[in-house]
Design a protein around this ligand. Structure first.
Ligand code: 5GP
Ligand code: ZN
Length: 115
């Protein structure tokens, strides 16, 4: 197993865990882009949005609901925040284990443009 997020899920490497249940682990990003930067990750290894099946709809919905709960717990829901799935090379995905970024705690610049 070489996947870094699978290793975090297996507690083989440390992370600052914010939330855990039987399906999902959420932990702080090691290189935060904002005061709140949490990654919401399914425990089952799925590479990217491109690999999702119809049957995964409930899991992905749960990821969003958990991100919302964490945003509330970390006091960033009132002012707003960003949820982001990067997908594949052009989407800038670096870790090939699907993850939802929760980014907040500051006013965020709009930065989506072709490289
Ligand atoms: P991506 O670019 O794939 O959407 O985002 C991957 C994110 O994972 C990056 O923001 C990066 O900082 C974070 N990351 C990479 N390796 C680790 C790690 O070992 N621990 C934690 N907590 N975050 C990581
Ligand atoms: Zn993995």
């Amino acid at each position: 197993m070489s996947c870094i997020f699978c290793k975090i899920i297996a507690k083989e490497i440390p992370a600052e865990i914010i939330y855990e249940d039987e399906d999902i682990l959420a932990f702080r990003d090691i290189n935060p882009l904002a005061p709140v930067h949490v990654l919401v990750v399914p425990k089952r290894h799925v590479e990217s949005i491109n690999d999702l099946k119809e049957k995964d709809a409930e899991l992905v919905g749960k990821m969003i609901i958990i991100a919302k709960k964490i945003a509330t717990d970390l006091q960033t829901s009132q002012n707003g925040y960003k949820l982001l799935f990067r997908t594949g090379e052009w989407g800038g995905q670096e870790v090939p284990h699907i993850h939802l970024h929760l980014i907040g705690g500051a006013r965020l610049a709009e930065e989506i443009h072709p490289a």
